[in-house]
Design a protein. Sequence first.
Length: 157
Amino acid sequence: MPLYECVFIARNDITQQQVEAIAEQVATLITEGGGEVKKREYWGLRGLAYKVKKNRKAHYMLLGIDAPGTALPEVERQLGLNEDVLRSLMIRVDEIDEAPSAVLAKRGDDRERDRGFRGPRPAGRFGSGRGRERSDDREEYRARPRDDMDGPGGMEE
């Protein structure tokens, strides 16, 4: 049987369980059509590149499907009719990779990275100056002693 990958994005105001229910609905349609879902990945709530139906974020789900081509039109129709699904894409692939997809692998790398230490501060007086409290310890701003000056005008007699 041919292999397919289906990615759909769902509105951000539904829960992850509702997204899983949509994926389960797709899985039942596939099994009724004589196929099976080989892979299921929830990519999480992610930002969209542009607004889609007034949404800035969406839940992403990837399904790896092994099914005859006759089962897919009904799946695409049901995804199009579901008002929680913003977009869907179904493509034919040569093989379904059992390893985590690039999206999940990248997300795992981001979590492992330590964001606290960013390296040593650059030496020298031409730093960015950001995040540092300005101190007036430079010579021209230091208070000079007034021992040699008398009176309010500061003039010696």
